[in-house]
Design a protein around this ligand. Structure first.
Ligand code: URA
Length: 218
């Protein structure tokens, strides 16, 4: 197993097709969204956690909602889950700053409870707006709650992970949430298998050599 313990390495990956104003559009969306009071999470948040990364990213990673550290910093996936996510991305050949990372909910649910229906309904337009601007080649959804929420289903993670799923024209892949991997390290092997399926698809659609093959041939 490759594991998620690689050293820093360089790899540039192609970006999708974007207008020159992608960064500005994302900034404008952020300026509108950051004062959002569409649900009661606005009352308990410390920070609105919009998302961060490359505005022309080929890969968008979507988690569930900010946790305590994300709420405190205003940045997605910066706690222990985020550190593991960074390692997963590196194993797949992506540096964190090359991709775009965000969540379904932009504000922390108290006690990290699951998102409520009205919160999802209020927050989804921000995520859809982000995707419309970024136009990623591939979306990676982290965990069952993120996948069930976005795909509007109640399927098990086992039935969704490790395969291409089309959603609103986007090529999506689903794997374990990093927090679940921290609780159950024996699931990392399955996660790596899911990531490899995504990488093979990414290599096919972008006409690029598969990152692991390139590394193993060096
Ligand atoms: N878990 C998530 O789903 N998102 C974060 O930003 C942090 C932890």
């Amino acid at each position: 197993m490759q594991g998620f313990l690689f050293d820093e390495h360089e790899q540039s990956l192609p970006a999708g097709k974007h207008s020159a104003s992608t960064s500005t559009d994302l900034r404008l969306l952020f300026d509108t969204a950051k004062v959002c009071h569409k649900c009661t999470l606005a009352e308990t948040r410390q920070n609105f956690v919009f998302g961060e990364g490359n505005p022309t990213a080929s890969l968008v990673v979507i988690g569930e909602a900010p946790g305590a550290e994300e709420d405190a910093s205003g940045r997605p996936f910066v706690g222990r889950s985020g550190q593991l996510l960074d390692k997963i991305l590196l194993a797949a050949g992506f540096r964190r700053e090359e991709v775009y990372i965000c969540n379904i909910l932009k504000c922390r649910p108290p006690g990290n409870r699951n998102p409520l229906d009205n919160e999802i309904k209020s927050c989804m337009p921000w995520l859809l707006g982000q995707l419309e601007i970024i136009q990623p080649k591939v979306i990676l959804m982290m965990g069952k709650v993120a996948a069930n929420t976005i795909l509007n289903n109640t399927l098990s993670l086992g039935s969704m992970r490790g395969k291409l799923i089309k959603w609103k024209g986007y090529d999506c892949f689903i794997t374990y949430h990093p927090a679940a991997l921290l609780r159950n390290p024996n699931w990392k092997r399955g996660c790596w298998e899911d990531i490899q399926v995504m990488m093979r698809h990414y290599a096919t659609i972008s006409g690029r050599e598969l990152y692991t093959e390139k590394r193993e041939n060096q």
